[in-house]
Ligand binder design. Structure first.
Ligand SMILES: Cc1cc2nc3c(=O)[nH]c(=O)nc-3n(C[C@H](O)[C@H](O)[C@H](O)COP(=O)(O)OP(=O)(O)OC[C@H]3O[C@@H](n4cnc5c(N)ncnc54)[C@H](O)[C@@H]3O)c2cc1C
Length: 396
């Protein structure tokens, strides 16, 4: 006999658990199950990220990303306060090194205001000495709303508080619609649910296909590798320091993060991952890499970003070159103080014409929703994303 639930959520990352929490608030009497492939919750992107509370500075005004990031950041800070989870709203600097970057920084300033970030300040060289005394540049934006949080602790707390069941080591391998209900199967059994949401991150396109949907995008995994800053250089960065992002590329360039545990990380970069779970220290999955190469749009994407991509790959192999890029912002940095640290793998949706999908994106089926693209800042925005999905599911 299959177990019956009103709602099933596939994926116990931060988005899946926030969604299950939001569903339980809207439907207090409903039965909910969260199905997770790994042995523990929050293993993939939610456990391998920079831990930055993004402010909403970068995103197109009016986009889901902009709206849900601003709202989600506020909610995440409240959640951390209420649950005793480590977080710190430290503020961050976005630094322009030359006139071209300063012009882009002005556009970013306008965007910040359009996105409702009233505290953002424009600083000329030297004016940020009391904030980040060792950072070099021509101009900077100071964004007081940004900060850091312990997202893995958020994930654990959401799981503890969820008034529903969480089944780990339960990889969904089949999804069928039968007599008006969804039958969701793994190797260890079947659950039947009236409605479901898939928040499967790096597997989002595959899970959508299992349910008979035709996702309009494919997931391309991009690895983000970190270097840890040690020695004397570690003391040179107080909080969060970013370069002005390249508008063609959603990843944010070599930046510095003093994490909630006090360590300073440089990165992450963005290089094609050799498999959807290709972390540092894990073997490449060549079959999956081959699948990426054959993804419609990937070759066009690779050609479009060839110079940036090659530079990223070369830098990823050399602490010296990585250090040189980082030293543009932090000239006193000693490359010998950089050591390879962890890595995360980003689930990036790519369209058949080779575009990186920028905004959060969802796909509807009857009584079901698939989260197809939830890249950064989805950890920051997760509580607002969960509410958004739960309200859409009521109409799905
Ligand atoms: C390197 C890096 C740095 C980042 N930095 C930041 C940051 O500083 N701030 C920020 O806000 N965001 C950041 N992000 C983005 C953020 O981490 C993600 O957007 C967020 O964690 C996405 O959560 P998720 O629940 O959608 O995905 P995940 O955490 O990947 O969860 C998906 C879950 O689905 C499960 N799953 C998949 N397939 C199946 C199946 N068939 N059956 C059952 N379960 C399945 C997986 O095991 C996984 O647990 C970063 C991401 C990366 C990779």
């Amino acid at each position: 006999m299959a177990d019956r639930f009103d709602f099933a959520v596939i994926g116990a990352g931060i988005v899946g658990l926030a969604t299950a929490t939001a569903i339980s608030r809207r439907h207090p009497q409903a039965s909910i199950v969260v199905l997770e492939a790994e042995e523990r919750v929050g293993f993939h992107q939610s456990g391998h990220n920079s831990g930055v509370l993004h402010s909403g500075l970068y995103y197109t005004p009016g986009s889901l990303k902009a709206r849900l990031c601003v709202e989600g950041r506020r909610r995440m800070v409240e959640f951390c306060e209420e649950n005793g989870i480590a977080h710190d709203v430290t503020g961050k600097l976005v630094v322009a090194l030359d006139r071209r970057e300063a012009a882009r920084l002005e556009k970013l300033h306008e965007r910040a205001i359009a996105n409702g970030l009233s505290g953002v300040r424009w600083l000329q060289a030297g004016e940020w000495h009391d904030i980040e005394p060792h950072i070099f540049g021509l101009a900077a934006l100071h964004v007081p709303e940004a900060g850091v949080a312990d997202f893995p602790a958020v994930v654990r707390r959401l799981a503890e508080k969820l008034p529903g069941e969480i089944r780990t080591s339960w990889r969904v391998v089949a999804i069928r619609r039968h007599e008006g209900r969804w039958h969701i199967g793994s190797e260890s059994g079947v659950v039947v649910a009236d409605r479901f949401v898939a928040c499967a991150g790096l597997q989002a396109d595959r899970v959508a296909e299992l349910a008979g949907a035709t996702p309009p995008v494919r997931i391309v995994p991009f690895r983000g590798e970190y270097f840890a800053l040690g020695g004397r250089s570690e003391q040179l960065v107080r909080h969060l320091v970013y370069p002005v992002p390249d508008p063609r590329f959603p990843f944010l360039g070599v930046h510095f993060t003093r994490r909630i545990d006090g360590t300073v990380e440089v990165g992450p970069n963005a290089v094609p991952a050799l498999g959807r779970h290709h972390y540092r220290g894990t073997a490449p999955n060549w079959a999956e890499f081959w699948e990426t190469l054959r993804t419609p749009g990937f070759l066009r994407l690779a050609l479009r970003y060839a110079p940036t991509g090659v530079a990223e790959i070369v830098r990823s192999r050399s602490a010296r070159l990585y250090g040189r890029a980082a030293a543009r912002l932090l000239p006193a940095l000693d490359t010998a103080d950089l050591a390879p640290a962890g890595a995360g793998v980003r689930a990036q949706a790519v369209s058949p014409d080779g575009r990186l999908v920028d905004d959060f994106s969802l796909l509807r089926q009857e009584n079901a929703l698939h989260v197809l693209n939830a890249p950064s800042p989805a950890a920051t925005a997760s509580l607002a994303i969960g509410d958004h999905i739960a309200s859409l599911l009521d109409d799905a």
